[in-house]
Design a protein around this ligand. Structure first.
Ligand code: SF4
Ligand code: SF4
Length: 184
């Protein structure tokens, strides 16, 4: 009996050592630029950039397959940080030439229709929905990134996306500021 236990322990130690060695020896070095870009992204995994999540978008930006201004929830701040990281010119989300950024949207629950099934809570990547089973649910608009993931999840279609009204405090001049060069 004691021999069997000793053999088992020895086997475990050897296997552990082999696995430890393998994890160091065959470690796949991540692309540091992908890691830096991914760390800059808001991790909402919402797919509004057109990619399956923040990591695939980070990989596409790092390999030059995607522009650094596609992250809607991250907005111009993330686009600016990524432009600095990549050493490229900053382009606002939606592009200076384009029709401008997609208006910021937040989810809205019609509380009279909500049946409290909690389906929306389960899909929200940023915990912006509060409510409990069989009770009305509501949105924390400051948390909501407007990813729209909860809309298809609602069985009674009581979630809609509402534009966020831009007040003076939130209004931003979108176009590059030209500095008047002093005449030599
Ligand atoms: S409430 Fe809906 S739209 Fe807002 S972040 Fe959550 S899932 Fe996205
Ligand atoms: S999915 Fe719709 S019905 Fe269900 S809790 Fe959310 S808002 Fe209410």
């Amino acid at each position: 009996m004691l021999t069997a236990i000793l053999v088992m322990v020895l086997l475990a130690v050897v296997l552990g050592a082999v696995l430890g060695f393998a994890s160091i020896k065959f470690k796949i070095e991540g692309n540091p630029m992908v890691e830096k870009i991914e760390a800059t992204l808001p991790q909402t995994q919402c797919g509004q950039c057109g990619f399956a999540g923040c990591k695939p978008y980070a990989e596409a930006v790092a390999s030059g397959q995607a522009a650094p201004n596609l992250c809607v929830p991250g907005g111009d701040n993330v686009a600016k940080s990524l432009a600095e990281l990549l050493g490229v010119e900053f382009q606002p989300v939606g592009g200076a030439e384009g029709a401008g950024p997609k208006p910021k949207m937040v989810a809205f629950i019609d509380e009279n229709t909500c049946i409290g099934c909690t389906a929306c809570i389960k899909v929200c990547p940023v915990d912006a929905i509060v409510g409990s089973s069989k009770l009305m649910h509501t949105i924390l608009i400051n948390q909501c990134t407007g990813c729209e993931l909860c809309v298809p999840a609602c069985p009674v279609d009581c979630i809609t996306m509402e534009p966020v009204k831009t007040d003076l405090a939130a209004w931003k001049w979108r176009y590059p500021v030209f500095e008047l060069k002093k005449a030599a």
